[in-house]
Design a protein around this ligand. Structure first.
Ligand code: MN
Length: 749
């Protein structure tokens, strides 16, 4: 930066006064209340505090807070409280004064804003400028308390970017990168489009100076040609609008340097192709807000009388405003030179909201009653996440970036309610967005009346209905297909909440059971139990006990007592626990086919049943359940593995290891096992509810897992239920087959 010609202190003083006057004049022209006195006091206070301090460029420091106040007031539309906070924003950070001093002089609200601004300086948002999640977190925390903090910070950053030329080059590069990475998207999310565009252009200028200069030059060169094309296109439209008696501004919309470059880079097209796609914007005056919509459509109709309409590119952001508040009617028509031209139609009010964002919104609101705008909902989501102590700062940044930077989709509830979600959001996200309870009990969804699984990814415009079941429980795996931070947080909370009382209950059950059988509660006993039930630790054992997924049966007593006494183990001791008994009842013994090797039918092994296996193991290939015709096979560890007689693997075992086959009989049924049932049929409205209701309510069967897939009119359903024995599954299948629309229902082995 070239050095400025030296100024006398009087000249400097006048320059400062002039700069401040501009802030005041702009403020007095706005719709805000005229609280000039406090603004003047804040100015004098800040000026005194920063006295004698200069910026790197050599100017008096106070010019910076004045410039920030001006941006906050005139470019963002904030009022006196924010102007004061902007004037004072560096006082606590850079001078001897404290937040308490500010509060004493200017009251609590301004002091809070200054404190928020001081807190988030440093780190990512300060001069030290390194990407630190913790600071980002702080910023958003402050933001959810008072959005003005982040808006003033945005003004601060914009001024720093405008004066970046006087910084050291290495710092320029760093600050520009950070601005592009975090501030520009944040500005976009907040609806500050002008500021976003300027931040992008300024960042681009410092990051890619050569490309910036080249594109700027090309824009200048093509100016005359573009003006001619625009005038050809706009003349007949203007004529028509004049005929309609409208008061309006019409102008060519210029693409920013950065967005031209971005398009050239991502689409690999030359400058000419990008730049020729221009747009026109019409902003009309209208005092009566209720007439805006019909005027927009009247203009739309006038334009389509003149030019050919592109059928797929009309965007009605009036009926459905964007999440950041944007409203307008967009259409694309074929211009006289054969190129598509976008026309944006807005009222003056819509235009202000579009350019200045939500702050401008406030101008049109009467009183303090701030409605639940989409932005407030978003801010509340952030607060939800921050209130949850669990996520680490980095996780938090990731989940939040997801919401902040992802493009959005808009979906509808059956009642026509509108939800804005990040792209990639699923049915389950919608369920959680509507209510935690809906999310936790969500079993499936209907998208545009078609049955879809929880994980179904939604598209913009989808109509989404959430189907729930009381028997549904949240699963940790769900997190993988959640796209919104809110849903993830709510799921984690539900999982935690669900588990703890169950673990406590299980712990009590375990202790009581051990005591009642006089089994010591020692390591040997517990590790024996862990092995028996295939669980990794005591907590999980208690959880499964509490959830009644496993049951401590009497058959365990003997081996546990033995375990408590001796540590010795081996094939022999394992074989001892088989407790092989002679049985005179051979009625249940399966009759081997004549051509198959003999099964030892003299001894029948009694299967003391428990879900996770107790004195036997369930073969994974065929997963028999009590009541199935089964046989036992003694494996290399000496354990009895139970196969279904129909299992192909069992045939092989019978052929090869006849001596290790035992006949079995189902004995005590102490628990429940998981059976897999497949159902398919023709999809119709309500069939799923009927199905779920029949299974869980009428038959009182516990559904553990449900996978549903719908292709066109057909649905496929995989169901895992917990049942005592096979007769229950058979009854279930029979009942389900009686539901209108169901084609088949059968157990899968
Ligand atoms: Mn500053």
């Amino acid at each position: 930066m070239e050095s400025k010609p030296a100024m006398t202190s009087q000249e400097e003083e006048r320059m400062i006064e002039d700069a401040f006057r501009e802030v005041l004049d702009g403020y007095l022209k706005s719709n805000h209340r005229k609280k000039v006195e406090i603004i003047e006091r804040a100015y004098h206070f800040a000026k005194e505090a920063h006295k004698g301090i200069r910026r790197r460029s050599g100017e008096p420091y106070i010019l910076h807070p004045i410039a920030v106040a001006k941006i906050a007031s005139q470019e963002i539309g904030l009022g006196s409280t924010s102007i004061c906070a902007a004037l004072l924003h560096d006082v606590v950070e850079d001078t001897e004064y404290t937040v308490e001093d500010i509060e004493q002089h200017f009251g609590k609200k301004i002091a809070q804003l200054v404190e928020g601004l001081t807190k988030i300086s440093g780190g990512i948002f300060g001069d030290k400028a390194s990407l630190q999640a913790e600071n980002f977190r702080k910023l958003l925390l402050t933001m959810s308390e008072d959005i003005r903090v982040v808006l003033i910070k945005m003004a601060d950053r914009l001024h720093n970017m405008r004066t970046l030329g006087s910084m050291a080059p290495n710092k320029q590069y760093k600050i520009a990168g950070e601005t592009l990475y975090i501030y520009a998207p944040l500005a976009h999310r907040l609806g500050l489009f002008e500021i976003k565009t300027e931040l992008e252009d300024l960042s681009f200028k410092y990051e890619h100076p050569a490309a910036y200069a080249r594109i700027s030059e090309q824009i200048r060169e093509s100016e005359a040609r573009r003006a001619a094309v625009y005038s050809d296109f706009s003349a007949p439209i203007k004529e028509k609008l004049d005929e309609m008696g409208l008061v309006y501004d019409a102008k060519a919309r210029l693409k920013s340097v950065y967005s031209i470059w971005n398009k050239m880079e991502t689409k690999h097209v030359p400058f000419k192709e990008v730049y020729d796609l221009y747009a026109m914007r019409i902003v009309f005056d209208c005092d009566d807000q209720s007439k805006e919509k019909s005027i927009c459509w009247a203009i739309y109709s006038a334009i389509t009388d003149i030019y050919k309409l592109h059928p797929d590119r009309t965007r009605d952001w009036i009926a459905v405003p964007k999440a950041n508040g944007y409203q307008a009617l967009h259409l694309t028509v074929m211009g006289p030179d054969g190129n598509w031209v976008e026309v944006q139609i807005r009222s003056r009010r819509m235009d202000e909201i579009a350019e200045k964002g939500f702050a401008a919104h406030w101008k049109y609101k009467i009183g303090e009653g701030d409605e639940e705008s989409e932005l407030n909902v978003w801010l509340k989501t952030i607060k939800d996440i921050l209130d949850n102590p669990e996520p680490s700062a980095i996780d938090f940044l990731d989940t939040l970036k997801l919401n902040l930077f992802a493009s959005e989709i808009v979906v509808f509830t059956p009642k026509g309610e509108l939800l804005t979600l990040p792209a990639g959001a699923t049915v389950l996200d919608v369920a959680f967005a509507l209510h935690s309870q809906l999310g936790i009990h969500c079993i499936a969804g209907k998208v545009n009346h078609k049955l879809v699984p929880l994980s179904h990814k939604l598209s913009s415009g989808d109509q989404v209905e959430v189907l729930t079941s009381k028997s549904q429980n949240p699963l940790p795996e769900w997190e993988a297909f959640l796209a919104t931070a809110k849903a993830k947080t709510r799921l984690r909370q539900a999982l935690r909440k669900n588990r703890q009382p169950v673990v406590a209950e299980g712990k009590k059950m375990l202790e009581q059971w051990l005591e009642s059988h006089s089994i010591p509660d020692n390591n040997a006993v517990i590790s024996k139990l862990l092995g028996t039930f295939h669980v990794p630790n005591r907590e999980e054992l208690c959880y499964q006990l509490g959830a009644e997924e496993i049951v401590l049966g009497d058959f365990l007593v003997k081996s546990l007592k033995k375990q408590a006494e001796t540590q010795s183990s081996g094939l022999l001791s394992k074989l001892l626990k088989f407790n092989l008994k002679s049985s005179s009842k051979n009625a249940q013994t399966p009759k081997p086919a004549a051509d198959k090797p003999q099964i030892n039918t003299k001894e029948t092994y009694e299967l003391h049943y428990d879900e996770n296996g107790s004195n036997f193991k369930i073969a994974e290939c065929c997963c028999p359940i009590p009541g199935d015709e089964v046989m036992g096979f003694i494996d290399d560890n000496g354990d009895v593995v139970v196969h279904a007689l129909t299992c192909p693997r069992a045939q092989v075992l019978k052929a090869g290891f006849g001596s290790r086959i035992v006949a079995t009989s189902w004995q005590k049924v102490a628990g429940k096992s998981l059976a897999h049932v497949h159902i398919d049929g023709i999809d119709r409205l309500g069939i799923l509810q009927e199905l779920i209701q029949m299974i869980s309510t009428h038959l009182a069967i516990d559904i553990r897992k449900l996978d549903i897939e719908a292709h066109d009119e057909v649905f496929d359903c995989d169901l895992w239920v917990r049942v005592g024995d096979v007769s229950v599954v058979n009854a279930l299948c029979e009942k389900v087959r009686s539901i209108n629309g169901v084609q088949s229902a059968a157990r899968i082995h």
